[in-house]
Design a protein around this ligand. Structure first.
Ligand code: GLC
Ligand code: CA
Length: 555
């Protein structure tokens, strides 16, 4: 079946547990989603990506699945999902689900069977290896660290073997080299596609093929020392081709999450006859204030951010299509990172312009459109995320409690997982009862109801940007070009198409900045399409976190 044109679209991501509680138990659910579908459509997006909504023991809040073909009872049931799906479709919203197939929950029936013995129908569904022995000492098969929880191997006395978990202990990695597992994956895809789902965001999809020998990684490299042997593995393309065949029958969209992927590797998946994915969620621009991940923090560098943006824009030009995002459930809030909580409205709107007008399909994460910011809880006990908690404890030998908590405030993904701030009433209008996780105390200032009637709000700026992008051919198809790449405070990029040129000018500074039009441009004939201040801009000067979208006709 022919695929729909995802390039014109924008997506809204829902991390359901914190989105909206419709049945009054303090947990977000599909009833809440149903009630908010009109709101989502009103933003001007064209699709929804649901982070996992399946049954899960919630070791990693849904990314540890115990049943691929059902809905977590906290969130509703299949009937309620069908209602959401059909109402979304009525509103012109496509729906894509998270396909998490690198691993399951250790409570998935496949794993419960697999761990019992070495010779049952599920024995080879996971990656089992014998111990290494050093004299009498039993050691794991190799020296890999997991990304979330200590070593990547867990011993199972029943089998006298270890199983691999690249993430938490409760997330055993599936053995994709087993053709039966791949058949399962295709069955799961068909199950949801037959129901009418429009595609998948595929979780850490570049990890599913492991090096057959599972060799040792660099001994002292933390967290990712095994990555060279489980990322972009030898059979990855073949497996993705298999899954692609199923997606193609339905015209379904496939977006792959690809941590630490280089542009050249990305192109192998996104182009040619081997185009096995439509877009990739890459991480380069999430490292403008850190190395590797947010916990290894350094001061924000606009030059680093721009370099990441431009690298992907240029490399994919004419060949492949970018997925654009600044936030999702895995990263802290962007205003708190790359913007300024002090210049909250200005930086929140500027950041929107900084990415929505690049070439690609934009993704917005719940709460981003109203400018939600990081939460700073008083102790680690108040946090929920397995990665946050384990990272905090793993630094105990090197850092004081205070310092570790400060890092959590900067880096935790839990900042993206506080309940969405719908209004200024108790529990931020998220729920009638105390929510499952802390509401950010700033909800009386930052909430959707307050921003709705305000034409200058972050919320309405997102709407204006998305409308403009959708209606303007240059913003959809025009070539990207960056100016002044080394300027430490200002990001200027151009989109040009046919007889039109558009410049997007963004200040990342609390101070006024002066700037000049790039060579070949003149103020005469310029038209302001969009700005984030109510008062007219001054030529050649930018106010704090000002963003301008300027247009020229080429004669
Ligand atoms: C992806 C998800 C993240 C999850 C991890 C393991 O990176 O986005 O939330 O924890 O995979 O499934
Ligand atoms: Ca609920």
């Amino acid at each position: 079946m022919e695929q729909f044109d995802f390039r014109r679209m924008a997506f809204y991501q829902i991390w359901i547990r914190s989105f909206a509680d419709g049945n009054g138990d303090g947990i977000g659910d599909l009833y809440g989603v149903y009630d908010k579908l009109d709101y989502i459509a009103s933003l001007g997006v064209d699709g929804i990506w649901f982070s996992p909504i399946y049954p899960s023991p919630n070791a990693d809040y849904g990314y540890d699945i115990s049943d691929y073909r059902d809905i977590h009872p906290d969130y509703g049931n299949l009937d309620q999902f069908r209602k959401v799906l059909s109402r979304a479709h009525e509103l012109g919203l496509r729906v894509i689900l998270d396909l998490v197939i690198n691993h399951t929950s250790d409570e998935h029936p496949w794993f419960l069977e697999s761990r019992k013995s070495r010779d049952n129908p599920y024995s080879d569904y996971y990656i089992w290896r014998d111990p290494k022995w050093k004299g009498e000492t039993r050691l794991p098969p190799n020296n890999w660290f997991s990304q979330f929880e200590g070593l990547a191997w867990e011993y199972c006395p029943e089998r006298e073997q270890y199983y691999l978990h690249v993430f938490a202990k409760k997330q055993p990695d599936l053995n994709m080299d087993n053709p039966k597992v791949r058949e399962e994956v295709k069955g799961i895809m068909r199950f949801w596609l037959d129901m009418g789902v429009d595609g998948f965001r595929e979780d850490v999809i570049t990890y599913i093929s492991k090096h057959p020998q599972l060799p040792d990684g660099i001994p002292f490299l933390p967290i990712i020392n095994g990555q060279p042997f489980y990322k972009d593995g030898p059979n990855l393309l073949d497996y993705l081709r298999e899954f692609r065949t199923v997606a193609q029958e339905y015209g379904a969209l496939q977006i792959g999450e690809a941590p630490m992927t280089s542009v050249s590797t990305a192109l192998t998946y996104l182009t040619g006859k081997d185009r096995v994915l439509d877009m990739m969620i890459q991480f380069d621009h999430m490292m403008a204030d850190c190395f590797l991940n947010e916990y290894l923090h350094h001061p924000f560098s606009l030059v680093k951010l721009k370099r990441a943006f431009t690298r992907w824009q240029e490399a994919l030009e004419g060949k492949a299509w970018n997925a654009l995002y600044l936030e999702n459930h895995d990263h802290p809030r962007v205003i708190s990172r790359y913007g300024s909580e002090e210049y909250w409205r200005e930086s929140g709107t500027m950041l929107a312009a900084a990415y929505l007008f690049q070439k690609g399909t934009p993704f917005l994460y719940q709460g981003q459109e109203i400018g939600m910011t990081n939460i700073r809880l008083g102790s680690i006990e108040e946090y929920q995320d397995v990665a946050t908690i384990n990272t905090y404890h793993s630094f105990r030998r090197h850092q004081s409690e205070e310092k570790r908590l400060r890092h959590v405030h900067i880096a935790s993904r839990d900042s993206a997982r506080t309940p969405v701030q719908w209004d200024g009433s108790e529990n931020a209008g998220f729920s009638a009862v105390k929510p499952w996780f802390s509401v950010n105390p700033n909800y009386r200032e930052i909430n959707a109801a307050k921003e709705e009637p305000d034409p200058g709000s972050i919320l309405n700026f997102y709407r204006r940007c998305l409308k403009l992008r959708k209606e303007n051919e240059t913003l959809l198809w025009g070539e990207y070009r960056e100016y002044f790449p080394l300027h430490p405070q200002i990001f200027v990029y151009e989109r040009s198409y046919r007889r039109e040129r558009i410049l997007i000018v963004c200040s990342f500074s609390k101070n006024e900045q002066s700037w000049k039009l790039p060579k070949g441009y003149a103020w005469e004939g310029s038209e302001l399409l969009l700005g984030n201040y109510a008062e007219e801009p001054a030529r050649g000067r930018l106010r704090p976190y000002e963003a301008l979208v300027l247009r020229w006709n080429v004669t």
